[in-house]
Design a protein around this ligand. Sequence first.
Ligand code: TYD
Length: 207
Amino acid sequence: MRGKFVVLEGPDGSGKTTQAKELAARLRNCGKDVVCVREPGGTILAEKIRALILDSRDDAPNARAETLLFLAARAQVAAGVIAPAIEAGKWVVCDRFTYSTVAYQGYGRGFSPSVMRDLNRFALPEGLEPDAVAFIDVPLETTFARLAARRGTAADNIEKAGGDFHRRVREGFILQAKTTPNATLIDGTGTVEATSEAIWNFIKPLI
Ligand code: TYD
């Protein structure tokens, strides 16, 4: 039997990573075999690409190179990890996916969101679609406060982009939450438990 594919999305500092762990634990409690993936990353090559995108100092990728690197990392993890796990009946919980490219490189960097969607389609094995997408929303102040608390001064290449960039990214996520099938927008400003409960109520019917 085919497994399920669940995606968590949201701006920097929205708490997706914590929530992905919470969700995986709840699913395991229900007896599900769960594979967690973070994007960019999830295979040896994709983790190397992640470092190239986020940590390049002297020759940071320009916006087009950055976009194609995110897509290369996605192509690798989608075909090598996500699709086979679903095929094997597992649940895949993915921390970021195609919607991040539409939000950050589309709305944020200013490339056409529909071109970003076409590139995503090219990067993925045919027919690979999430069964559910939870967009966690936080205001810009939360993004900046949580980034500052977590990293001090060592922001990565994406986080260094300015306030307007992050405002457009957030709007890009909110728009996609409204237009994506099987998606919902979740308030990420409450406690970890409250957000986790809201995500669980959304995902539970898939079990
Ligand atoms: P993430 O792992 O969520 O950040 P962190 O480890 O700091 O919590 O994502 C890394 C950054 O990459 C984040 O700023 C969002 C960005 N990103 C894009 O710009 N486009 C994409 O397609 C993806 C997957 C991530």
